[in-house]
Design a protein around this ligand. Structure first.
Ligand SMILES: Cc1cc2nc3c(=O)[nH]c(=O)nc-3n(C[C@H](O)[C@H](O)[C@H](O)COP(=O)(O)OP(=O)(O)OC[C@H]3O[C@@H](n4cnc5c(N)ncnc54)[C@H](O)[C@@H]3O)c2cc1C
Length: 429
């Protein structure tokens, strides 16, 4: 174990590993950077840091990929014209490049291009990820960034994709939309990070994070040990509020979402394979939750679809992971019925997942106020996976060089006017 000396103002974990000599504390320096959480954001961060030759220690309470957080369920949409805001486009475009790089390095298919269709009627006032007029926003974004797309009238949609029973919806079709395999993406980046020398500890829970006395490094206390490092990245997804003081934590809300796999009519299964059926996002009404999305069939028998709900706040510990028959019926009747007539009401599988949202549905990627050695990168409000490869690169650049090539100024934590200071369970300040 390497030790480095620092003047210490407050004695932390005195009975664990630190010992004080004449006012100087000898702290373990286990890594240049510790990453807490190894899901989508954390796996990308450890990979990018290790690739740069950085000494990185990644810690996760579970063994990712797992299905207790936000990065599971077979598929995640990736698209280029980001209706959530133009500030995301550089992240998305860079992620496309990085996913291909990771595929080459790992020798695994992670990203599949299918084409994607956003359907919305001009009367609709519903929201997708907190944005109204999602089709118009995506179109505007595509024009600005020269992203290959087509606008389809209702009759074009009926002709090209008779699987959708559209009435007065228009379509935005994007050629490079596709899906990522989230579990494989996480697994591949963790594997590559290790290959580049990262130390990854799983089934180890972080209990407390403390700045050191001079506020230059961090001490991370887990259920097994205490580790010291110069920098810390908190990528704890839905658990992130546990590391923040209440004044910050209050801005991050966790919502349970459900993904459903509904059976295709036996005689029409080939109509829903990729090549024949695109990824879709359908915004159809005026209520907040009048939106659902789906994927081409991966197994030739079912398609995965999901809605979004923001009614009941939960936590990863309290969330009900069982899906009831009533929920499956409601999904079918409120969304699928009358819109995808070749999809039956037989739901073969369903799984819960967690959205971590912020008040404006935008990301937080920022140094913690007054703690320049701590970076937060987690609450991704239901649209983070596609960007996670580039977020990992941004985090590595911030840690190593102090600034990132991609502008992340829209994702500052200060926009919520929270009181600046690091909290965390058992923290001393
Ligand atoms: C149903 C659903 C559909 C989605 N669809 C899309 C989509 O189509 N496209 C898209 O771009 N995005 C989508 N998203 C969003 C995207 O999946 C998330 O933004 C992303 O997966 C979040 O990753 P994360 O790294 O922040 O969290 P996670 O992957 O959950 O990782 C957090 C990790 O932190 C660990 N951790 C937490 N606390 C501790 C602790 N104390 N000690 C040690 N480890 C800890 C956890 O064990 C976990 O492994 C969707 C999300 C859901 C739920």
């Amino acid at each position: 174990m390497r030790l480095f000396a620092r003047h210490f103002e407050i004695a932390l974990f005195v009975n664990d590993v630190t010992f004080v000599l004449y006012g100087i504390t000898m702290m373990p320096n286990n890594a240049d950077t510790i990453v807490v959480g190894l899901g989508a954001m954390g796996s990308a961060a450890v990979y990018q840091l290790a690739k740069r030759g950085h000494r990185v220690l990644g810690i996760d309470q579970l063994s990712p990929p797992h299905d207790y957080g936000s990065s599971h369920g077979e598929t995640r949409i990736i698209r280029q014209a980001i209706g959530e805001g133009e500030e995301y486009v550089p992240l998305a475009l860079r992620s496309y490049e990085l996913w291909r790089e990771i595929e080459r390095e790992a020798g695994k298919e992670l990203l599949v291009i299918t084409g994607g269709l956003i359907l919305e009627s001009q009367q609709s006032n519903s929201m997708m990820h907190g944005r109204r007029h999602f089709l118009a926003q995506s179109t505007q974004c595509a024009k600005r960034f020269n992203i290959r797309h087509e606008i389809l009238e209702p009759r074009d949609i009926r002709q090209r994709y008779p699987q959708f029973a559209v009435t007065n919806e228009w379509g935005y079709f994007e050629y490079e939309t596709g899906y990522l395999r989230p579990e494989s993406c996480v697994e591949a980046q963790l594997h590559l990070a290790k290959r580049h020398g990262a130390n990854l500890q799983t089934h180890e829970k972080v209990l407390a994070i403390n700045p050191d006395g001079l506020n230059r490094g961090v001490l991370v206390k887990t259920d097994r040990a205490v580790y010291g490092a110069d920098k810390l990245i908190i990528a704890a997804g839905s658990w992130v509020p546990q590391f923040l003081k209440p004044s910050h934590a209050q801005h991050f809300k966790v919502y349970r979402q459900v993904m459903f796999w509904f059976r295709i009519r036996d005689d029409l299964q080939n109509q829903f394979l990729r090549g024949k059926f695109p990824i879709f996002i359908w915004v159809f009404g005026n209520r907040e939750n009048n939106v659902f999305y789906g994927f081409p069939s991966l197994d030739g028998k079912t398609i995965k679809m999901a809605d979004e709900q923001y009614v009941k706040v939960t936590t990863p510990e309290q969330v009900d992971r069982e899906i009831t028959a009533a929920e499956k019926n409601a999904m079918y009747e409120n969304y699928v019925l009358g819109r995808l007539p070749d999809i039956t009401n037989a739901c073969d599988e369903a799984a819960s997942c967690l959205y971590t949202t912020t008040p404006d549905s935008n990301f937080v990627i920022d140094f913690y106020p007054e703690q320049p050695q701590v970076l937060i990168a987690s609450p991704c409000s239901g649209h983070g996976f596609k960007h996670s490869a580039a977020v990992g690169e941004v985090l590595a650049e911030l840690v190593v060089e102090g600034k990132s090539k991609i502008d992340i100024s829209s994702f500052g934590i200060d926009r919520f006017n929270a009181t600046p200071s690091l909290g965390g369970k058992g923290t001393s300040g």
